[in-house]
Design a protein. Structure first.
Lengths: 372, 368
């Protein structure tokens, strides 16, 4: 115990002398959340729309204004009949083009079915499917108006309608789903990165020999190395949480002690991953590579942060089990957004515990071999 | 020139001494692209759905069969009353619950309007949005089929043309993005340690007393890592083209050439970070938090730049990945060439040269 405190004090001294390290670890995470919280969102609006109106009639103008007034599109201009549509989309000047056919008004008045065309730049499939939905809804609405006007029968209501209700995030604000993900992502990187160099640095500098000669055991050494960073990461996570509550109205519907316990368990797991890397790596350069490659993109893409895990192929879903953020994210969203208690997500914490134990165990084994 | 070659040889020897580094840098990107390429899809499939059918009529079963048959939904359970929905959604076992009212079949047979209720978990707002769209389309199609035939042709209909990606494969959009990010991460992390390691181990002093000029130091560090970068580019491109079969509509040579310019900027960035850091830990933290994170999120990789507030959009012009993403996606999916992409290429080149010059300037102070 005393030796552990000695190592921790030494580590803390080293950190506090290195202002940049401490500053980055404590303040940058919150700062990054601040920027991202404002910058990132999935709500698609102001899609650049060009219009090719080959009819130029009252009806076609009605349809065009339905598009423009929907609030989803930003009108970038009207095109001539012979305009180069390819060029327009290739240079990104327009992301969607509405083409109203000639004889549109006549068709509408004579009740001949008419087809309007919408061209969408689908290179981003996510945006494209949303834009597609908007376009379909606008045209369907316009079509119903025309049908009702023509038939004078008022009871042309659709026989079956859908009445949606969204729980936990009724306005479907993308901030509410992104901010917990960002908290998990930033905490994960902070924890892995802060421990990944701890052991290998001593190895590279040659100070490992001195430590092995001293009466410090491997356990005291590891705890002394990681506890200071655990504290820093935890404080940093709390700063992020408060930033999110203050600026982005992140609700807190569950219990604080439960949240803090989950964060701590997650950070221990993430640090165990960093520690394992540090014991395996031969140089700080290797450790940095391993730390970033094992945490950065996997946490971003495989944790369910942005891409839903249930949509992934089975084999990839299996791989996602080694990403600790996956479990933490479920727990975090459950506590913060759903306000549910332990019975709803205890499995996630068990998985996190298993992950931490395995990673710590492997790191301890490596280190023991080093010590012997 | 000879001096640079000596330094290059020294760096290569050092790399060879550390076979693990070489293995990681070559294998990890391929492995990552293979797994992440499958994972990074915004398509919403198999949404777990709970059904509360209070009617249990032929009509309600017909509706459920439609949900069952769709790829987008997966019925994971049935409940007897709406009170049980809480539990399923709270535990995350179902994302959506479809509730069919008790008089559903009678009303449909009588031609009276009826309303279904869908309760959705909004915590993953993006997927919920997409899934709700699918549910709406499914119910609308079903409703259309229930209409009497003379009313079932709408007066105005929509014809959609989805350019570049007609099946709306988000994979074709994501893989070029992962390609750009992987290169950024691997090469920047490699070169970020390059100079500062010598500083920390103390060998920079030795380099100081040699007649090596500062630009020679930078070039000598750049070349070996550039080699690794090129090997990565070839391998990762191979996986993208032959494993995932991402369409390649433009010139692969052009893509390769521009990728070299991109490597110049990512490696240059790493060297710059290395030159402004005192310890490897500082270099690692600075590159992770100061550069990799902002570049990943603000580049337009997943989050559209158009959606960002007006005061953040100018910041994205400082990010080389932004330009490279436009280039990669343009060449892969749209098949455009230099005549459209030259502004992006020019920006990338300017970025790379500037950051390299900065790195040389900064390292001079340390060397001097």
């Amino acid at each position: 115990m005393r030796t552990m405190i000695a190592v921790a004090t030494k580590e803390l001294h080293q950190i506090s002398r290195d202002r940049r390290t401490l500053g980055i670890l404590l303040l940058f995470p919150a700062f990054i959340l601040l920027i991202y919280g404002y910058a990132l969102n999935f709500d698609i609006k102001d899609v650049r729309l060009a219009i090719q109106d080959r009819d130029r009639s009252t009806s076609s103008r009605e349809l065009v204004s339905a598009f423009v007034n929907s609030g989803y599109f930003e009108l970038v201009g009207y095109l001539d009949a012979d305009a180069d549509l390819d060029q327009l989309v290739n240079t990104n000047q327009a992301r969607a083009i509405l083409v109203v056919p000639a004889r549109f008004e006549r068709d509408v008045q004579t009740r001949t079915p008419s087809i309007v065309q919408v061209i969408i730049d689908a290179d981003n499939a996510n945006t494209a499917s949303t834009v597609m939905g908007y376009a379909q809804a606008i045209v369907a609405e316009y079509s119903t108006t025309v049908a009702l006007r023509a038939s004078a029968v008022s009871a042309a209501a659709a026989p079956v309608t859908l009445e949606p209700r969204i729980w936990y995030n009724p306005q479907l604000r993308s901030t509410l789903f992104l901010v917990p993900g960002l908290i998990a992502f930033i905490s994960m990187i902070t924890a892995v990165v802060s421990t990944a160099l701890s052991v290998v640095r001593e190895k590279e500098r040659g100070t490992m020999e001195q430590i092995r000669m001293s009466p410090i055991g491997p356990l005291a050494f590891v705890l002394g190395k990681t506890l200071p960073y655990l504290t820093i990461s935890f404080i940093s996570a709390l700063i992020i949480l408060f930033t999110a509550r203050l600026l982005f109205d992140l609700p807190m519907r569950g219990s604080w002690p439960l949240l803090c316990a989950s964060i701590l368990l997650f950070l221990v797991g993430a640090q165990a991953q960093g520690l394992l890397i540090s014991t395996v790596a031969t140089s700080q350069q290797v450790a940095f590579q391993l730390a970033i490659l094992s945490s950065f993109l996997p946490t971003f893409i495989l944790s369910g942060f942005i891409f839903p895990i249930s949509s992934m192929p089975m084999a990839v879903q299996a791989v996602s089990h080694v990403v600790p953020a996956r479990y933490f994210l479920v727990a975090l969203r459950a506590i913060v957004l759903k306000g549910v208690g332990l019975p709803a997500f205890w499995e996630q914490l068990v998985y996190l515990g298993i992950f931490s134990t395995i990673a710590l165990g492997l790191a301890a084994l490596r280190l023991k071999r080093e010590w012997a | 020139m000879r001096r640079v070659l000596h330094l290059v040889r020294k760096e290569l020897l050092e790399l060879r001494q550390d076979p693990r580094l070489f293995g990681i840098v070559i294998l990890a990107p391929i492995l990552q692209l293979t797994v992440l390429g499958y994972a990074a899809t915004t398509d919403v499939k198999d949404v777990p759905m709970l059904v509360v059918d209070a009617d249990r009529s032929t009509e309600s079963r017909a509706l459920l069969a439609r949900f069952q048959a769709s790829d987008n939904f997966k019925i994971v359970g049935t409940a007897d009353s709406t009170e049980q929905i809480d539990q399923w959604l709270d535990r995350g076992q179902a994302w959506m619950a479809l509730s069919i009212p008790p008089d559903y079949g009678r009303r449909v047979r009588a031609g009276r309007p009826v309303s279904l209720q869908i309760i959705a978990d909004g915590t993953d707002a993006n997927s919920t949005n997409v899934a709700m769209g699918y549910a709406r389309a499914l119910v609308a199609g079903y409703a259309q089929d229930l209409l009497p035939p003379q009313m079932s042709t709408p007066p105005v209909s929509l014809e959609l043309r989805l350019w570049f990606n007609p099946q709306l494969e988000s994979r074709d959009f994501m893989i070029p993005g992962i390609f750009a990010l992987l290169l950024l991460i691997v090469t920047t992390t490699l070169s970020a340690m390059a100079i500062v390691r010598e500083k920390e181990v103390g060998t920079l002093e030795q380099l100081n007393v040699t007649p090596l000029a500062r630009w020679q130091l930078i070039v000598g560090k750049l070349v070996p890592y550039g080699f690794i970068g090129i090997v990565d580019v070839v391998l990762v491109l191979f996986v993208a083209l032959y494993w995932f079969e991402v369409p390649m509509r433009g010139s692969i040579l052009l893509l390769f050439g521009i990728t070299l310019v991109y490597l110049l900027s990512t490696l240059g960035l790493g060297l710059f970070i290395s030159s402004i850091s005192n310890t490897q830990q500082q270099a690692m933290l600075t590159s992770t938090f100061g550069f990799l994170m902002p570049m990943t999120y603000l580049s337009g990789f997943v989050f559209p730049i158009e959606n960002m507030p007006a005061w953040i959009q100018p910041v994205t012009y400082l990010i080389p990945v932004r330009y490279f993403l436009v280039i990669v996606r343009g060449i892969f999916l749209k098949g455009v060439g230099l005549e459209t992409l030259w502004p992006q290429v020019a920006a990338l080149l300017a970025w790379g040269l500037t950051v390299l010059a900065l790195a040389a300037l900064r390292s001079s102070k340390r060397l001097g």
